[in-house]
Design a binder for this molecule. Structure first.
Ligand code: NAD
Length: 423
């Protein structure tokens, strides 16, 4: 497992052109540089991590840290959760080595902790992050940054004034396919990006079993407005980050709509949303998310005048694909009833049908674990005492525009970002 990770990491570094490759790629993705640096085994360089929130995400992050802590010389020395079953699961995962807490403030009083990883529901993120900075720690906080725009800004400001690292859990910034894709998009491989479409479709109620009724809001926090903006903060925030990254800047406006049209089970957050974000150059980012149909899955489709990309499925398509052999073309045309629809005198009015060719892979390097890579980078930033600011800015802009989209849906208005939230 560990060997595979190292081998893959070398491949990764080669593939994203960090070593002996293009300086331009590195300059535009400065957060990758640390991954090319060699590891240190010195005991004095050991990075001591603590994790708050041993739920689904916290457990995954813990498993990753445990699996590669000796390679990157880091240790999870403390864990915290105020829900006993999850704290117990954390103790098992860390084999009892980490000190345990039910109160995160007590954890922050501990000495010998360099950084805090926060994987609690998002209404807890801002105060936990700010108090961590105040206690002199760096922070890795899961997305979305916070429940409100004001809290998001307070977190960002506290990061700036404390000088401590704030990394937000947008792992696609460490996903080799996305890195290759964005590098190629920025190099002009699909021409000028003129539209982005993204969606995340599921067919389930997103409900967790609750052992006793008073735990409903704690366990199913994603369904309640006090703690979450539902699909917006949980899913869309990732894809808003990707669109901003591709466009190299945040949008200028957002409008949208949402409703509960299927899961009428007492939830307060929308079970379907549709939004349009506009970027300064006029490019539109069209987004939707549903929870009652999974046929189209999850995708980001980037459309340029010379080609298209589908990032989740690692595909690139040319606007002028190679001609299919004549016999295949004939079969396709018959299947599509082309001969029935072409009128005498020309076919200029016939609607364009989707191109049916399979395209190529954007990147061959899709086996890497993006979550692991982002944690490895976090450890290395801690050792340096700083991280590229763009990481915090990407997290901030994604979160703030997620919250603004929520306001746009609620008000039915097209909204721009008030100046006080611009960074
Ligand atoms: N980056 C990603 O792809 C990704 C994926 C899933 C979840 N997440 C994010 O991770 C975070 C957690 O999500 P999850 O699915 O693990 O939630 P979860 O409900 O499974 O886990 C949250 C945990 O935090 C604990 N907790 C809540 N308040 C606490 C407090 N005051 N003190 C100590 N512990 C507390 C809960 O008891 C629970 O164990 C969310 O912000 C979510 O958006 C990110």
């Amino acid at each position: 497992m560990n060997d595979l990770f190292i081998v893959n990491r070398r491949e990764f570094i080669k593939k994203v052109s960090l070593i002996g490759g293009s300086a331009a790629a590195l300059a535009s993705m400065p957060w990758l540089k640390v991954l090319a640096e060699s590891d240190t085994k010195s005991p004095s360089d050991k990075v001591r991590l603590a994790l708050i929130g041993m739920g689904d995400r916290g457990k995954l992050l813990t498993q990753h840290i445990e699996s590669f802590s000796s390679i990157i010389n880091a240790e999870l020395v403390a864990i915290c959760d105020d829900y006993e079953p999850n704290l117990k699961a954390g103790i098992e995962l860390t084999k009892g080595k980490a000190k345990t807490f039910t109160d995160y403030r007590k954890l922050l009083e501990e000495k010998n902790i360099d950084a805090i990883i926060i994987a609690t529901p998002l209404h807890e993120h801002a105060h936990m992050t700010i108090e961590s900075f105040n206690s002199g720690r760096h922070v890795f906080c899961e997305k979305a940054m916070a429940r409100t725009m004001d809290d998001t800004k307070l977190m960002y400001d506290a990061h700036r004034s404390s000088g401590k690292i704030l990394q937000v859990g947008h792992q696609r910034m460490f996903n080799p396919v996305y890195l290759d894709a964005v590098k190629k998009i920025h190099a002009g491989d699909i021409g000028q990006v003129t539209q982005i479409r993204a969606y995340w479709h599921r067919n389930n109620d997103w409900r967790r079993p609750v052992p006793s009724p008073e735990l409903e809001r704690k366990i199913n926090w994603r369904h309640y407005e006090e703690y979450s903006a539902g699909l917006l903060t949980e899913l869309a925030s990732h894809q808003i980050q990707v669109a901003n990254w591709i466009m190299k800047e945040p949008p200028v406006s957002v409008m949208g709509t949402g409703s509960i049209n299927f899961w009428k089970d007492g939830r307060e957050v929308y079970d379907n949303i549709a939004m349009i974000f506009s970027y300064p150059d006029g490019t539109q980012f069209i987004y939707d998310s549903v929870t009652s149909n999974k046929h189209y899955g999850c995708e980001e489709q980037i459309m340029g005048n010379k080609g298209s990309m589908e990032l989740e499925t690692n595909k690139i398509f040319s606007e002028n694909p190679p001609q299919a052999p004549a016999i295949l073309q004939l079969i396709n045309d018959i299947e599509k009833d082309v001969f029935d629809t072409i009128p005498i005198g020309g076919a200029s009015w016939v609607p364009e049908t989707a191109v049916q060719y399979k395209g190529n892979f954007i990147s061959e390097n899709y086996k890497m674990d993006e979550v692991k890579l982002q944690l490895e980078a976090f450890v290395k930033y801690i050792r340096k005492g700083k991280a590229p600011e763009i990481l915090s800015i990407e997290g901030y802009n994604s979160s703030i525009w997620t919250m603004l989209a929520e306001q746009a849906i609620k008000s039915g208005e097209k909204l721009t970002l008030p100046d006080k939230y611009k960074v």
